[in-house]
Design a protein around this ligand. Structure first.
Ligand SMILES: [Fe+2]
Ligand SMILES: [Fe+2]
Length: 482
């Protein structure tokens, strides 16, 4: 990896780590402020700890923007990973932001103790639907100039895109892919929220969300596909919608579909689970088996989604593809899925692609009742095993062309004795992905000067064995996110 590349990944790692610390400090500060007066020692101590972390960030960056988007926090555009220790504070702060209709906080150079005190008093008080919209005004009136709350309603995809563009980040492919992915998440959230309030999705807006995905895949930027391997989401998040869209577009390209069809397919992938809006949240997230009634409700989501799409005026290819993808994505190629149909009904090609992408993403998703999520490699083995009768063989071939035989996140031992992590697929050779070297031959760290990224794995190398997560200590999530 180049020195520039190393510098960039160190910066991203630092942002993610300090971002996590910042979240913890904000939660601790708010907890203390609920009990103690700001003049109390306990508050003062928490405030100092918070400022220490914030100032470390401000030493590195011109300003610090903490954004809550969909299910994640981002610091200056870098996703903050919620590890087990951070999980509690992470979700409690997401809820705190949500209740205050706050999408993010900007911290500017020169922020001081008295601003922190005044800001958090106002922020705590804004836990009231009547006061929340007035928070930015109140903060301004209190002369807090270096902490700026960003209302969730204002935080739209275009604004964030502009902000990211202004960041002096090296324009390497992975950085761009992260931007595309993140923007798609932001855009999806808007599409879903709007559909919730109007009862139908705005297909034009969904197309705008998908466009950068299509551009990226058509330029053969497969880092974007690698990002779908980040698995700290469950099946019901915006990340799942984006992953299904990205994978579908990748598969459509492998099958030689023209650009317009790829764009329509991307929209169909994005909207496939729209009908889950009509399923109770408790049922969606229920750990363990569903009752008969709950299962019946769950099985209605394909039809509910199709009805929502059908409410759009006019008739266009994207509308038909999306409607059918909603309706047919659980039908299975061999007709064994749901909804049941009394007539002989075949899945449309687009729906077969979306169904395959959906299963691949869902099979590796986090579930409360698994000891650990399945790896993408394990998921692929299941799909290619007895389950393969559920899928169109041509579409399964397209999935393998898109994610490779060793999908991103797979840790494997190679013929030369290296242990490497698959980072993104290599469409020229599905057995030789782009890899990061974790350990050199003999179990030692890669030698000085030896490349730590194989872009892609060379023709002399081959995979000898895939390691299960129990067999290695690599934090694959962190490495993939960097
Ligand atoms: Fe579904
Ligand atoms: Fe799904």
């Amino acid at each position: 990896m180049s020195a520039q590349g190393q510098g960039e990944s160190a910066e991203l790692q630092l942002l993610s780590e300090l971002g996590g610390a910042l979240i913890q400090r904000i939660v601790a500060l708010m907890r203390t402020a609920r009990t103690y007066d700001v003049s109390n020692m306990a508050f003062q101590r928490q405030q100092q700890e918070f400022l220490t972390v914030l100032r470390r960030l401000l030493d590195e960056e011109d300003e610090v923007t903490l954004v809550a988007m969909a299910d994640y926090f981002y610091v200056n555009g870098v996703r903050v990973k919620a590890n087990t220790a951070l999980m509690g504070p992470y979700h409690s702060l997401l809820a705190d932001f949500d209740r205050r209709q706050t999408g993010g906080l900007r911290f500017l150079q020169g922020v001081n103790e008295s601003e922190v005190e005044r800001f958090f008093q106002l922020f705590l008080a804004a836990d009231d639907a009547a006061l929340a919209p007035k928070l930015p005004e109140a903060v301004d009136e209190a002369s807090v100039h270096n902490i700026v709350p960003l209302p969730a309603a204002q935080l739209d995809a275009e604004d964030i895109a502009r902000e990211l563009d202004e960041m002096p980040k090296p324009q390497r492919e992975r950085a761009r892919a992260r931007q595309v992915y993140w923007r798609a998440m932001v855009g999806t959230r808007r599409v879903v929220l709007r559909a919730r309030s109007t009862g139908r999705p705005d297909l034009r807006h969904a197309k705008r969300v998908v466009q950068p995905i299509v551009d990226s895949v058509m330029k053969s930027e497969f880092s974007l596909v690698g990002l779908t391997a980040l698995k700290d989401h469950d099946e019901y998040t915006y990340a799942h919608c984006v992953n299904v869209s990205v994978l579908s577009v990748g598969m459509g390209q492998a099958l030689g579909l023209p650009r317009q069809a790829l764009a329509d397919l991307g929209v169909a992938g994005l909207l496939h689970d729209l009908g889950k809006m009509s399923v109770d949240g408790d049922v969606l997230r229920k750990p363990g088996a569903l009752t008969a009634e709950e299962w019946a409700q769950m099985r209605r989501h394909p039809l509910e989604g199709a009805v929502m799409v059908a409410r759009m005026p006019g008739l266009s290819q994207v509308l038909i593809d999306s409607m059918r993808a909603c309706l047919e994505h659980h039908m299975n190629y061999n007709g064994t899925g749901y909804p049941d149909t009394t007539v002989d009904w075949g899945q449309a090609t687009m729906s077969r692609i979306v169904a395959m992408a959906d299963c691949f993403d869902a099979i590796t998703a986090h579930r409360a009742y698994y000891d650990r999520p399945r790896t993408a490699f394990e998921g692929l083995k299941i799909l290619m095993g007895p389950n393969r009768v559920n899928f169109d063989p041509a579409v399964m071939w397209a999935l393998i062309r898109t994610v490779g035989l060793y999908p991103a996140g797979t840790v494997m031992q190679t013929s030369s004795g290296h242990v490497v992590l698959a980072m993104s697929p290599n469409p020229a050779d599905v057995t030789r992905p782009v890899c990061r070297v974790l350990v050199g031959p003999g179990g030692v760290a890669p030698a000085e000067g030896e490349p730590d990224v194989w872009d892609p794995m060379g023709p002399d190398e081959s995979v000898v064995r895939v390691l299960s997560p129990e067999e290695h200590k690599a934090d694959t999530e962190q490495l993939l996110a960097a």
